[in-house]
Design a protein around this ligand. Structure first.
Ligand SMILES: Cc1cc2nc3c(=O)[nH]c(=O)nc-3n(C[C@H](O)[C@H](O)[C@H](O)COP(=O)(O)O)c2cc1C
Length: 214
């Protein structure tokens, strides 16, 4: 049996203030996973900034490969990209994730959000933004276009063209699906709500297990 939904279930309640303003109720019904990354930029005065990031997509053709970020319009990253145009998308393995998560707590204007959590800054080759050395893949990006998700949205969409790629050699070889499993991309499994009761399950971190050739 399928449930057919076109409005927020009445049993959905907020578990923190503005939860269902910042996120759509549909997020809690669908709980679609996304590859987890950290967006790095410069705050004013060349202070390193980090933003744990889930709501992102990746698409390209011969004319350019783009990262499409959804960014909350009250955070540092929003201001930094509008000011400087450049950013880096850094992909952590699961071992590096706890330090990446800590960047959310170390978020004041004057804080170097990379080294203050025990991560290391690596210079970018092309983009004017810092990279995270411990991440196995870094996509250096330059802003192509941007717009709010819709009129009055708190979400802002940035499309950045990838101008340089850095990838650890052990992830760039064929043969054993090295980009996945325990040493590869990690996924944000968003919290979900039971559509009958509204009970919320915690969000989780997940990884990809390749199961079938196509
Ligand atoms: C699992 C998870 C995923 C997140 N994904 C995003 C995201 O896609 N976009 C965003 O703007 N904030 C996202 N955030 C919130 C930011 O990481 C957080 O607000 C961060 O402190 C912003 O940093 P900044 O102010 O230095 O830019 C996420 C947080 C968590 C815990």
């Amino acid at each position: 049996m399928k449930h057919e939904l076109n409005a927020q279930p009445a049993c959905f309640k907020e578990t923190w203030p503005k939860q269902l303003k910042i996120f759509s109720w549909i997020d809690y019904v669908t709980a679609i996973p996304q590859a987890m990354s950290v967006i790095t930029t410069w705050k004013e005065g060349q202070i390193p900034n980090a933003c744990l990031q889930a709501w992102t997509t990746y698409i390209g053709d011969a004319g350019g490969y783009y990262v499409i970020l959804s960014i909350l319009n009250d955070n540092h990253t929003y201001k930094n990209i509008l000011r400087a145009n450049d950013f880096v998308v850094n992909f952590p393995e699961i071992d590096v994730f706890p330090k990446c998560y800590k960047t959310i707590e170390n978020n004041s204007d004057g804080t170097d959000e990379i080294t203050s959590v025990g991560l290391t800054i690596e210079s970018s080759k092309v983009a004017d933004a810092p990279r995270i050395k411990e991440c196995f893949l870094n996509l250096e990006c330059r802003l192509g276009w941007h717009r709010p998700l819709h009129d009055d949205s708190i979400w802002h969409i940035f499309a950045g063209e990838v101008v340089h790629v850095a990838i650890e050699s052990n992830h760039a070889q064929s043969g054993t699906y090295r980009r996945y499993g325990s040493n590869g991309f990690i996924y944000n499994i968003p919290p979900s709500k039971d559509i009958g009761t509204g009970k919320q399950d915690n969000g989780m971190i997940g990884r990809i297990e390749p199961v079938q050739k196509i």
